[in-house]
Design a protein around this ligand. Structure first.
Ligand code: ATP
Length: 465
């Protein structure tokens, strides 16, 4: 099973410390969220999995960490200043403001049950374009309306990669095909953020730009579409909750040859199957648009430079064919926050115990679990048991994230660890003092086995792998 709706995950997250509403003590700030002690571990584990899989395990991708604030020209020549906007509509009846192409995601405040735009009360204006980039000014002396000091918070991590293409190419001595990967924050002044961490104004992206010869682009694009589905499966997301969506010619960005989105079933409560799915990531074939757009050489029909400000030509010289060209780019772009939400939803399971009580189990893959092992004393008033449990925790800690907990009865402690996805609990009891064995309990099956303390670390390590 998986979570019946996002609300279930919102309440689990708050209750257990994965995600909290941001600025909560001041009434919150629309759709901003803070990641608690478990949430930050889970997010880090998702990012590490992505980075290890792409940058370390393959041998054709370099990492990068570029600035959030770049020269404004980056966003001029990438096209963001003129085209990075969403169609915005106002409702004359409820005074709501919505994104025209995402009306399904929001409810009309006047008609609580109807999606915006679909109810009889809704009276929408014609759409107007609203640029999503957050503006700021650079420099202590600049006035707020000083155009020369204007800068943007990056709305995607991709452009930082394109503008560093020559730097990475020259220093890494790579030959095509190769990729550059980056993880980092991005900011979009979304018209209608919402659905918990699904759509927020500040979020994190894991983007990779893979540079290749034009004739190889279609094949490589398809390979990444297949491989990313495999990566999501490796995170424990079931195939039944994933779906591919081929963007139509009308939906494609002007520079894109083909874009395929991987959708996740974020809204299982919706009646129509098709409406249950929404974008988890996009994989685009961006042709040679980006490197050309940031290069000084390309000219229009009259011989005028298309980019009057760039000082670099981002073309590639192929030693074998002695040809110079702009590589094509395949871009798999995935949100950290949406991946985390999909992982939590898919891991959510309920199980009934002997007493007929419903318990929540978060069946996270061990690799992603914020805590790998919890050491629990069966009797916290017995100093020898407590000392042995604390000592075990210390022994395990360097090899795996381990916690000690004695804040309740054993049933309650197990339930808490199940709910936060800890794969194993180790219980120290009276017998442990005699026979040097402890009980290892499995989160998913609730089965227990006695293991000798001398073999405990190795036993757990094998299970966690
Ligand atoms: P959408 O159509 O949902 O607005 P997009 O197609 O504009 O998304 P991309 O620009 O392709 O998104 O960004 C790549 C990924 O970044 C998305 O697939 C998603 O996982 C994540 N992402 C984009 N916008 C947001 C947001 N506002 N909040 C959280 N994650 C986001």
């Amino acid at each position: 099973m998986s979570a019946p709706n996002i609300e279930t995950i919102v309440s689990l997250s708050k209750r257990r410390g994965f995600v909290f509403p941001a600025s909560e003590i001041y009434g919150g700030l629309g759709s901003s969220w803070d990641y608690g002690s478990l949430g930050v571990e889970l997010a880090n584990n998702v990012k590490q999995s992505w980075w290890r899989w792409l940058v370390h395990e393959r041998d054709d991708i370099e990492g990068l960490d570029s600035s959030i604030i770049q020269n404004r020209q980056v966003w001029k020549y990438s096209g963001h200043e003129t085209t990075f906007s969403d169609p915005l509509v106002d409702c004359r009846a409820c005074k709501g403001r919505f994104r025209q192409d995402k009306l399904l995601d929001v409810t009309c405040p006047k008609e609580q049950s109807a999606n915006a735009g679909s109810g009889k009360e809704c009276d929408l204006t014609e759409p107007k374009q609203f640029n999503l980039m957050f503006k700021t000014t650079v420099g202590a002396v600049s006035a707020e309306d000083d155009e020369t000091a204007l800068a943007y918070l990056r709305p995607e991590t991709a452009q930082g990669i394109f503008i560093n293409f020559a730097n990475v190419l020259n220093t890494s001595r790579r030959k095509l095909p190769f990729g550059i990967a980056q993880i980092g924050k991005a900011f979009r002044n979304e018209v209608t953020p919402g659905n918990f961490i699904f759509r927020t104004r500040e979020f994190e992206q894991m983007e990779m730009e893979y540079f290749c010869r034009p004739e190889d682009a279609a094949r490589i694009h398809q390979e990444f579409i297949d491989e990313f589905q495999g990566w999501f499966h490796s995170l424990g997301i079931s195939a039944a909750n994933l779906k591919l969506y081929e963007q139509t010619k009308e939906e494609l960005a002007h520079y894109a040859e083909r874009t395929v989105d991987i959708l996740y079933r974020f809204f299982p409560e919706r009646d129509e199957e098709e409406k249950q799915f929404d974008e988890l990531m996009g994989i685009a074939n961006r042709k040679d648009f980006d490197l050309k757009a940031h290069s000084k050489k390309p000219e229009d029909a009259e011989g005028k430079r298309l980019n009057a400000d760039s000082t670099e030509d981002l073309s590639y010289f192929d030693e074998a064919t002695k040809q110079r060209f702009y590589p094509y780019v395949i871009e798999p772009a995935v949100g950290v926050n949406r991946t985390l939400l999909a992982v939590l939803m898919d891991a959510y399971t309920e199980k009934t115990n002997d007493k007929g009580e419903t318990r929540v189990i978060l069946k996270l893959k061990s690799e992603l679990a914020p805590i790998k092992v919890a050491v629990l004393p069966l009797a916290k008033n017995k100093p020898e048991i407590v000392a042995m449990a604390k000592d075990l925790k210390k022994q395990l800690l360097p090899a795996m994230r381990t916690v000690y907990d004695d804040t309740g009865g054993i049933g309650k402690l197990y339930a808490r660890q199940d709910e936060i996805g800890t794969p194993f609990c180790v219980t120290v009891d009276h017998e442990s003092l005699e026979d040097n064995h402890v009980t290892v309990r499995d989160r998913d099956t609730w089965e227990q086995e006695r293991i000798e303390i001398a073999e405990l670390k190795e036993h757990l390590r094998k299970k966690l792998d």
